[in-house]
Design a protein around this ligand. Structure first.
Ligand SMILES: Cc1cc2nc3c(=O)[nH]c(=O)nc-3n(C[C@H](O)[C@H](O)[C@H](O)COP(=O)(O)OP(=O)(O)OC[C@H]3O[C@@H](n4cnc5c(N)ncnc54)[C@H](O)[C@@H]3O)c2cc1C
Length: 407
């Protein structure tokens, strides 16, 4: 009789685990509200149409041997090996039993409980978020092109604000800059002098996990690109029309993208599994949740206290691969080695065909790093279909420009 394996999530950790599992040994159920895997590393490129949304997603039902259920898990009852789930659309609830549970539910964007964030800011985590941003960006340009509006109104529509100077905020600002340079100037005449891109960062530099020189290089390039970087600043309040900053200033805006880091999902916050001070599930070097015998945690929602790894796609993907292989061995009574990995480093796109490569063997920036950035991500995409589609999108954007239709 096959063992019941339940996997929570369809992101980097879960997807790579599911690719390794031996389906002759396990009866696998996947529970996730998102019925696709999303390659988040290229998500900022989809917000302005450099890449199309469907080019970086892979339906989870393509894993034919597993049984996928579109729902949230909202409770883990570890004492009786059971989870409680709810479908957010129909609100129907159900329970599932497991012999082994794998938790890879990631995290959510941290709003820091700042007034107005949930209501008025745009997040950038899911394909649906990127789609909303793309529509809004184009709406801002269409609104600013209306006849009989004041100069002040036009300026407000074209004030794009990004909150957070980490990789997501920086990459979004970079993509927006490219869109303005390469497509807006061609298609929306006379708006040039009204456009303003502001990046607000609470710390004293951008990309604080990157090498100091690369961070400074980004500041230099952003200055050249006329991206107004405000360091040591943070947003205190947002209303429908205005953003209030800690220095007492406030200004009108067209779009605000919120990219300020992560916090635990409600499932993890409310579950009674052992957690650290950041609300991450504590796992051992075998990714087994502390004080449990059959629950595993991986990716952004978990941490190995002795060896905390960065919350990146790379970590989640490697942990998923490791865990899939380990579970196949454990069920046969074989010994497994603990999880180990060396951080390969980070990459980020900063606009104008320039990128940063912050890896051990090579710390580079500029056009060569951009070619490297593109070649790494094309190889990391999870299916041949995605690789072909992304290559095609890059070619299409290069030849024809980005599509500015709105629907
Ligand atoms: C815009 C953006 C760009 C990024 N760029 C990079 C990059 O360039 N390089 C890099 O290394 N990392 C990058 N990251 C970080 C990377 O995406 C994460 O570290 C990685 O996705 C973590 O994988 P995970 O499996 O832990 O979680 P995720 O990939 O976030 O997956 C979590 C899954 O759990 C599901 N889920 C959530 N709640 C529940 C629940 N209650 N029940 C069931 N399922 C649930 C979600 O729907 C999702 O399918 C980026 C992130 C973002 C948002």
């Amino acid at each position: 009789m096959k063992k019941k394996l339940v996997v929570l999530g369809s992101g980097f950790g879960a997807f790579s685990c599911l690719k390794e599992i031996n389906y002759n040994l396990f009866d696998v159920k996947i529970v996730s509200p998102r019925n696709h895997f999303l390659f988040t590393c290229l998500l900022p490129s989809t917000t302005v149409g450099t890449i199309e949304f469907r080019s970086i997603i892979e339906p989870i039902r393509n894993i034919k041997k597993a049984h996928y259920i579109q729902a949230y898990c909202n409770r883990i009852v570890s004492s009786i090996n059971e989870i409680h789930c709810e479908d957010s659309d129909t609100k129907k609830t159900f329970e599932l039993e497991y012999d082994t549970l794998v938790i890879s539910v990631g995290e959510v964007t941290n709003t820091f409980n700042i007034e107005g964030v949930k209501e008025y800011a745009y997040f950038l985590r899911e394909a649906a978020d990127a789609r909303k941003i793309r529509i809004k960006v184009i709406d801002c340009f269409e609104n600013a092109s209306l006849p009989n509006i004041s100069e002040e109104e036009r300026r407000s529509f074209l004030r794009f604000v990004v909150c957070g100077g980490g990789p997501t905020g920086v990459e979004f600002a970079a993509e927006l800059h490219d869109f303005i340079e390469e497509d807006v100037r061609k298609n929306y005449k006379g708006l040039d002098n009204y456009i303003e891109v502001i990046l607000i960062e609470a710390g004293d530099k951008l990309l604080n996990t990157f090498d100091e020189k690369l961070s400074q290089y980004t500041m230099k390039i952003f200055k050249r690109q006329r991206i107004n970087v405000k360091t040591n600043s943070y947003i205190t309040r947002i209303t429908k029309n205005e953003i209030y900053v800690n220095d007492g200033s406030h200004f009108k805006y067209g779009l605000l993208v919120w990219a300020t880091g992560n916090t635990a999902t409600d499932l993890i916050k409310n579950c009674d599994l052992p957690k650290n001070e950041h609300n991450k599930i504590i796992v051992d070097r075998y990714l087994k949740v502390k004080d449990t015998s059959n629950i595993y945690g991986l990716g952004d929602c978990s941490e190995i206290p002795e060896e905390p790894y960065p919350a990146t796609a790379q970590t989640a993907q490697r942990q998923g691969k490791y865990l899939g292989k380990s579970l196949n061995k454990i069920i046969k009574g074989k010994n497994v080695k603990p999880f180990r990995y060396k951080d390969l480093g980070m990459l980020a796109y900063i606009g104008s065909h320039k990128a940063l490569a912050n890896i051990r063997q090579y710390k580079g920036s500029g056009f060569a790093a951009w070619l490297f950035w593109r070649s790494v991500y094309i190889t990391k995409l999870v299916s041949l279909k995605n690789k072909v589609l992304v290559l095609f999108d890059w070619f299409k954007t290069f030849v024809f420009g980005r599509d500015i239709s709105n629907f």
